[in-house]
Write a protein that binds this ligand. Structure first.
Ligand SMILES: Cc1cc2nc3c(=O)[nH]c(=O)nc-3n(C[C@H](O)[C@H](O)[C@H](O)COP(=O)(O)OP(=O)(O)OC[C@H]3O[C@@H](n4cnc5c(N)ncnc54)[C@H](O)[C@@H]3O)c2cc1C
Ligand code: SF4
Length: 336
């Protein structure tokens, strides 16, 4: 039986291994964390359907458990990759017939944008922190009490030359709208403001969510970028921004600021480029062999890509691409 190593046990890696097994190929998933699921493990409800993230993960876990030819190795970090062999950080070597890289992305570190005060001021949190709060069933202020006025800031660590992240992370506009709705469901009397540069609602059902946020939940959308955040004496946050539609400067006091952090390429991608002659895009994400006809293939025969390792994507796109990657790998193995 042919054997493919899938590096990364996020939703893309899980789906890819399950498709490989379905096609009669044995798969080993290498995951550096202690559990499968990747970033989705931290999310609460998934846009655009508000499906609990755990529901998707349970379905994927079940598919893997049902396949006797899938081996899962957690706590294993792949360090060196070639089509016939993967070397782990521990030094262990795993032989195989092909490799799928499904190592995903890294969340932008909001502390780098010091002007927003993440890690400095109370009640400045990231979208990832807010998902964890939703999962715990409580969103609260550091000094106690419920937020009455919340600002959500788009494009933190995306479309930003100053931090060398010029790309659009694609999923944060819709995440901001989804989180605004969830906040309004939790705190119907609160005012929730989304500060955006452009609203990019590119997927099916996204535009409808955007409309619902405005019409049903009365979420406010302000076109403008927050330039500065400072704490006030009464434990609130003072925001300075410019409303770019009216051209007017704006000052606003809020109880909580949510930073919609972007999807950044993994540092490991640059190592893959130097080690294995794989190619990078200017954004740092891996460059597929062909953007149209070889989107899940690398420049090297026997090395494939699945999910967000090649660009920001939502979960649905990552899952679909994982199936395509598995099928490309099987076709390549059959033609060898
Ligand atoms: C704040 C936020 C909210 C989001 N909410 C939604 C949503 O509601 N709906 C939606 O459709 N999408 C959402 N997304 C997008 C979603 O997170 C991604 O589409 C999804 O995580 C992509 O899965 P992946 O498997 O490609 O990558 P990841 O989730 O990043 O998984 C990659 C896995 O590879 C592992 N790995 C990395 N390097 C190695 C290595 N060297 N060796 C072994 N293992 C390794 C990692 O530990 C990780 O488990 C959101 C994104 C963000 C930033
Ligand atoms: S999806 Fe929206 S918030 Fe995210 S980088 Fe693109 S424009 Fe900015």
């Amino acid at each position: 039986m042919k054997h493919v190593v899938v590096i990364g046990g996020g939703v893309a890696g899980m789906q890819c291994a399950s498709e490989l097994a379905r096609q009669g190929v044995a798969a080993t998933i290498l995951e550096k964390e202690s559990d499968l699921g990747g970033k989705v493990r931290n999310w609460h409800k998934l846009f655009p359907t508000f499906t609990p993230a755990e529901e998707l993960l349970s379905a994927l876990r079940l598919r893997i458990a049902e396949q006797p030819h899938i081996k899962v190795m957690t706590g294993c970090e792949a360090e060196n990759i070639s089509p016939r062999k993967v070397v782990l950080k521990s030094g262990e070597e795993i032989e195989c017939d092909a490799v799928v890289i499904a190592t995903g992305y890294t969340l932008f570190d909001a502390r780098i944008k010091e002007e927003y005060g993440y890690g400095i001021y109370d009640n400045v949190i990231t979208s990832a922190d807010l998902e964890q709060m939703f999962n715990r069933g409580e969103v609260f202020l550091t000094h106690g009490g419920k937020p009455r006025r919340i600002a959500i800031l788009h494009c933190v660590g995306s479309r930003d030359e100053k931090v060398c992240q010029r790309h659009c992370s694609k999923v944060c506009c819709v995440t901001g709208v989804k989180q605004a709705i969830e906040l309004k469901q939790m705190f119907p009397d609160a005012d929730v403001f989304n500060f955006y540069m452009d609203i990019r609602m590119f997927g099916p059902g996204y535009e409808e969510m955007y409309r619902e946020a405005q019409q049903k939940y009365n979420v406010h959308f302000v076109r403008g970028r927050i330039s500065e955040v400072s704490p006030t004496i009464d434990n609130r946050l003072q925001l300075k921004a410019e409303d770019t539609l009216t051209g007017r400067p704006l000052k606003m006091g809020v109880d909580m600021l949510v930073l919609l952090i972007g999807m950044k390429a993994n540092d490991m991608n640059a190592e893959l480029e130097s080690q294995s002659n794989l190619r990078l895009q200017p954004s740092g994400f891996m460059q597929p062999r062909d953007s149209f006809l070889g989107n899940t293939e690398s420049q090297i025969g026997g090395i494939f890509y699945a999910g967000t390792v090649t660009s920001p994507k939502n979960a649905r796109e990552s899952l679909n691409e994982a199936v395509a990657a598995a099928r490309s790998a099987v076709a390549w193995l059959n033609n060898k």
